[in-house]
Design a protein around this ligand. Structure first.
Ligand code: SF4
Length: 247
């Protein structure tokens, strides 16, 4: 069995383990499940009730909590990705954003600059955001893992387990109403499924109160420009949902 098959099997096992928690997540509601103590760096065990973050935080309070979380992550060595990184890529944008973009992990440019989506793929994401009438500073952008995987490989299950709780806590502080998952890996991880991005995209999925739209990753679009039409359709649905909230 080659290394890729090993990783696939391990990922499938992780998905299956996470699925067994799914009814628990549904019972609690997604946001309650992802509500982890803001003073703990470890994911709350699914068998104990997580502490709540008030749903009525002001934008300022959200900003402060995000800063606290960033301080708590510190010079993180909680998974092996720390060994090759230059900078932790925490996330950037409006702490009170209603729309959050989630990618897979930092690439080379992001690793150097410490900010998500700043390379060519990032520039394309910026244009996508502008195409739906928003600016980068109106949304929040983060990744499943905060350190660059070597050679831009997919994050491995143990790395996701170590890092995903931070993303969930970010989401729980920001409390967006819409998440756009960029690429199959982000969509599969957040939705706990092994379904392909090609079948996940094109419709909203419910994560508790959050509407999640999976779409292709901008880096994939750069290599496959013929898929831009699909992404545009996905983003038009996101725009409609976003604007619908204003009424
Ligand atoms: S990927 Fe996440 S858990 Fe791993 S070292 Fe970086 S910040 Fe820590």
């Amino acid at each position: 069995m080659n290394q890729n098959q090993d990783i696939s099997r391990e990922f499938a096992a992780l998905i299956s383990a996470l699925r067994s928690d799914l009814s628990y997540r549904h019972d609690l509601g997604f946001l309650e499940w992802i509500t982890l103590s803001v003073s703990s760096h470890l994911p709350a065990p699914v068998s104990s009730p997580p502490k709540k973050v008030s749903p009525c935080l002001s934008p300022q309070q959200k900003g402060q909590l995000l800063e606290e979380l960033r301080r708590e992550i510190g010079v993180c060595t909680r998974c092996k990705l720390h060994a090759g990184r230059q900078k932790i890529v925490f996330g950037v944008g409006d702490p009170n954003a209603r729309l959050v973009f989630v990618g897979e992990g930092p690439g080379r440019d992001e690793d150097i600059q410490g900010e998500p989506f700043v390379g060519k793929a990032g520039q394309l994401l910026t244009r996508i955001i502008q195409a739906i009438g928003l600016k980068r500073q109106n949304v929040y952008i983060a990744n499943i893992v905060k350190c660059r995987p070597p050679e831009n490989r997919n994050p491995q299950p143990d790395e996701i387990r170590a890092c995903e709780p931070f993303l969930l806590r970010q989401l729980n502080i920001i409390r967006p109403s819409i998440i756009c998952a960029l690429g199959g890996f982000a969509a599969q991880t957040l939705l706990m499924t092994s379904e392909k991005i090609s079948s996940l995209r094109g419709r909203f999925h419910n994560l508790g109160d959050i509407k999640l739209m999976p779409t292709y990753h901008p880096a994939f679009l750069l290599r496959n420009p013929e898929m831009k039409r699909d992404v545009w359709e996905d983003m038009q649905m996101v725009q409609k949902e976003y604007q619908g909230e204003d009424h």
